[in-house]
Design a binder for this molecule. Sequence first.
Ligand code: HEC
Ligand code: HEC
Length: 264
Amino acid sequence: MPSLYVVTTENIEILLNAPALGWLPKPLGFCEQGAIMVYRSFSEVFAFIVCIKNTFGVLNMGIFNMKLIFSLFITFILSSPLIAAGDAGAGKQKSAACAACHGADGNSVNLEWPKLAGQSEAYLLKQLKDFKGQKRVNPLMSGPVAALEDQDMMDLAAYFATQTGSPSSADGAQLELGELIYRGGNLETGVAACTGCHSPTGAGNAAAVFPRLSGQHSKYISTQLRSFRDNLRGNDQASMMRSVAKRMTIEEIEAVSQYVAGLH
Ligand code: HEC
Ligand code: HEC
């Protein structure tokens, strides 16, 4: 039996995202719960470590907890679905309590309340769990999530994910700066480009749980960036967003927020 190499890390988002972006050798399999990747040869494992270091060393993340385990019996590690799919129909029934703020179809009218329509199911579910577990805190959301069970959250996430997001328009004087930041970041101050994680069109990356930004209210986007910057929101895995936002100026935050609202 050939030996297989198992790489584990705490950072499942990056592991799942990286092969999609072609940075890493494709693993034979992965399992979500343990954040485990399986490789056939040591050279692939080595390439994996180098890629992670090069890519995220730059972002100053360095919290990878990688262990190499020489394993022979790993048949239990198989691709597992990321989340059990919720029932969108049931979610619609349960969404009445959300409609007042987020709109019946997830397109909120108030610019400070996020649109949920068209956002990825996995991201919506993570946020609901984070609000419930108080990893993300907002006084307006703590009431609505208190009574939700896991199944309710899955159903609601499924419902809003299947709705169509209404477009927002980009306006403001700073769209050029916004585009520069979005596509290229700021090399001098170490702001990472947004496009790598949130995709060139702002659609995000559902498998990696990187949220959609396109069409979101710019007011809401800028509040979130300020919150990450000031450590008021800290539910981002591996500080992915805090490490980006803390290097941004208010001018850059405003510019990129206006830009992404109109991006599609
Ligand atoms: C009283 C108004 C209000 C109600 C009712 C409400 N929300 Fe929210 N919701 C908010 C606000 C405000 C935020 C943004 C919080 C922040 O800035 O961190 C939010 C954020 C969210 C987010 C995170 C979106 C993102 O892009 O990160 C999700 C998901 C969400 N709400 C789902 C729900 C669901 C599901 C319900 C119904 C069970 C609900 N909300 C009811 C006001 C509300
Ligand atoms: C290394 C990957 C990465 C990069 C680079 C990145 N983001 Fe993010 N972003 C994330 C992740 C992951 C989340 C979700 C955090 C969570 O789970 O709550 C997020 C969340 C956000 C949110 C909150 C969305 C919502 O609905 O609440 C905004 C706004 C955002 N990012 C904007 C940006 C902008 C603007 C840039 C570029 C300046 C950027 N991001 C760069 C990974 C990234």
